[in-house]
Design a protein around this ligand. Sequence first.
Ligand SMILES: [Zn+2]
Length: 452
Amino acid sequence: MKLTFLGATGTVTGSKYLLERGKQRILVDCGLFQGHKELRLRNWDPLPINPASIDAVILTHAHIDHSGYLPLLVRNGFQGKVYCSEATEALCRILLPDSAFLHEEDARRANRYGYSKHHPALPLYTQEDAEAALTLFEPIAFGWPCDVGGGMRVVLSRSGHILGSAFVQVTDGRRTVVFSGDIGRMHDPIMHSPAQLQDADYLLVESTYGDRQHAETDPVEEIGEVVRSTVAAGGSVVIPAFAVGRAQLILYCLYQLKQRGMMPDVPVYLDSPMAISATDLFRRFHQEHKLSAELAERVCDVATYTRTVEASKAILQSPMPAVIISASGMATGGRVLHHLKHFITDARNTILFSGFQAGGTRGDRLLRGEKEIKIHGEMFPVRARIENLENMSAHGDYVEILSWLSHFHRPPRQTFITHGEPEAAASLKEKIENAYGWRVTIPEYLESVELD
Ligand SMILES: [Zn+2]
């Protein structure tokens, strides 16, 4: 087999790995690049191979940096099947059309206000492209081998990161390649722990937190402190949250605060149609997480759901302090931008980020203390308090990654570190070498390796 790294090298975004065996080509993950402009521009470059020549795509999970390139792949000729878990498919039915909508919105806005150098500015892909991609999905069960052609079989096991997320094992009968996708937490309040894999000839392991350990703080108390102090000052809390996973975890924390009597009596809004739909799936796929159907229901009832634009705008008109959960999580798009424009200029308010912020995103800039932020082509002074929840991540830290690796019965012939900023990847490489003495490399963008 031959492996080519088409993304997630030196960055946490753009996951795409091409695996070839003879004439058979499969792509594991099909993610968009996000963050810094030079990365985002890569989405516009043609792939080094013709998409029509790819036989199948396998998705580890639904996050856009793992699935969001699919509509473009299909528009450019891919006609094979897209294999993934049932919940991943259900989430993609929400996320891909939304991603297309955001690209269309960006293009429309750029055309209206003339802040793109392209005339007319075009979206990366459209909602029709997303719908076309969705017709190719073929959900597969966890733990059941699935023949993906060319003598290759795929098995999914739960990775505990978000609903439906999976480790992908590909075998050709001789060698096994394991793709970690994103590795969840050992002790998440909602998600099950990642499955313990024991065998890989070649291993790709993510390194988002390869150089860091999560704080041991209780996110419930952290959110409680921020909400209480902000509301006491007469301000509102805006929580940019990833619609899938994080938004539900925040609802769970707010539910816990209410149960403990530690939550001021202010309205809570979930203002993201996508997060609302993802919350519906959180109820439907309750066997995928630790909460019972009944508890999941009560957690979901903590917030008022604002589906329409009018309802969303009405939040801004209310003089009352409020807690507003909205997407996107790194403030790169979505309704949260309207809330930022409205709330970020007032020192009484708090913008509370809830997880990893990729370099170059608005979330990253704000957490680095930038005093002005550009939204929709306009500059806004940053006066609100900017905070980050330190222990909300859906990714294991390096201790959790090392612990997951400890279950392998023998060292893989080669371990590839992907899906991390350069410092994080380098640090994880060193840690794995020191702890286990494995052969570890950090692949470059577009590098190919023969898997003997
Ligand atoms: Zn993810």
